[in-house]
Design a protein around this ligand. Structure first.
Ligand code: CA
Ligand code: CA
Ligand code: CA
Length: 289
């Protein structure tokens, strides 16, 4: 069933004009700003690929590692340009929301064993919030234990190191930003391993992971990289998750409605009717908190 637009929007727009808009899953959670998961290429999950200048120095691909789906990044060179990373640019609203309400950068990762332990540390994940660089770099030490370095020097990549026994299992590394202190705590598998990591000043807005160091090598199996906003208050009418209400949310609603997506059932009666348009319009008019 196709319904006329509520006249107060005053814009007659055919849904098929907007087929290029990203599909919006039912119940989409706007608090996830960026997500890589599993063994599909991050390029298919909204990440931009940024290869270094030295061709074929970093190998990538999907793997199943001990039953876990992951994306492998193998930096085999310490030559200039031997990097490859994936990036997402957050909006200023997302940045501000994270600074106000906190954020978490979560990485499920295993560092596989290889023969280059003396130069490991290229695999990394980080967030640059427009003011500060927050970055975890991963490797193995001479004993084969997993190390995570919290970078405080963007040029040298130096910073405090946390060592964790062995490298058999995937671990969950979380940087949790506390707006009260303006610092991050590092949790590994839910246990606080480092307190009040300060990051280092840098005026850049980006979320990124991969192989970040020319002068370092190393391998990382990334099962998940996810940046979430901890304090975000849900705004049901913000269907495109840009943390603002605009015409695009109305268009997104129309697309959901036309597709018969249950997410368009705004009055929750189990069917899609003109009353869902009205309910959406009410939510839209109520604004975001
Ligand atoms: Ca390298
Ligand atoms: Ca929106
Ligand atoms: Ca309904």
């Amino acid at each position: 069933m196709k319904l006329a637009h509520p006249p107060r929007f005053g814009i007659a727009v055919a849904a098929h004009v907007f087929v290029l808009m990203p599909a919006i899953a039912s119940g989409q959670d706007c608090d996830t700003v960026a997500l890589h998961q599993g063994r599909d290429t991050p390029a298919a999950q909204g990440w931009t690929v940024n290869p270094g200048t030295l061709p074929r120095s970093v190998q990538t691909g999907g793997v199943i590692d001990g039953g876990v789906d992951a994306w492998a990044v193998d930096d085999g060179s310490t030559e200039p340009g031997s990097t490859l990373f994936y990036s997402v640019i957050p909006s200023q609203r997302q940045i501000d929301e994270g600074l106000d309400g906190g954020w978490t950068l979560a990485v499920d990762l295993r560092v596989p064993t290889d023969a280059r332990r003396d130069v490991e540390g290229s695999p990394f994940a980080g967030y640059r919030d427009g003011q500060t660089l927050w970055q975890m770099s991963y490797g193995l030490d001479a004993n084969g234990d997993t190390i995570v370095r919290l970078v405080t020097d963007v040029v040298t990549g130096a910073g405090p190191v946390v060592t964790l026994p062995g490298n058999d299992e995937f671990r969950t590394f979380e940087l949790r930003y506390d707006p009260a202190s303006g610092t991050c705590d590092l949790f590994v598998d839910g246990i606080e391993e480092f307190t009040d990591y300060t990051g280092t000043p840098l005026d850049q807005r980006i979320i990124l992971f991969g192989a970040g160091a020319s002068a370092d090598a190393g391998r990382g199996h990334f099962a998940r990289v996810q940046l979430t906003l901890d304090g975000l208050v849900p705004c049901p009418a913000d269907l495109d998750c840009d943390l603002d209400l605009s015409l695009f949310d109305f268009l997104a609603f129309q697309n959901l409605f036309d597709a018969g997506d249950p997410a368009a059932d705004f009055d929750g009666d189990g069917s899609l009717t003109i009353f869902d348009f009205l309910a959406f319009q009410n939510a839209f008019d109520a604004g975001c908190p």
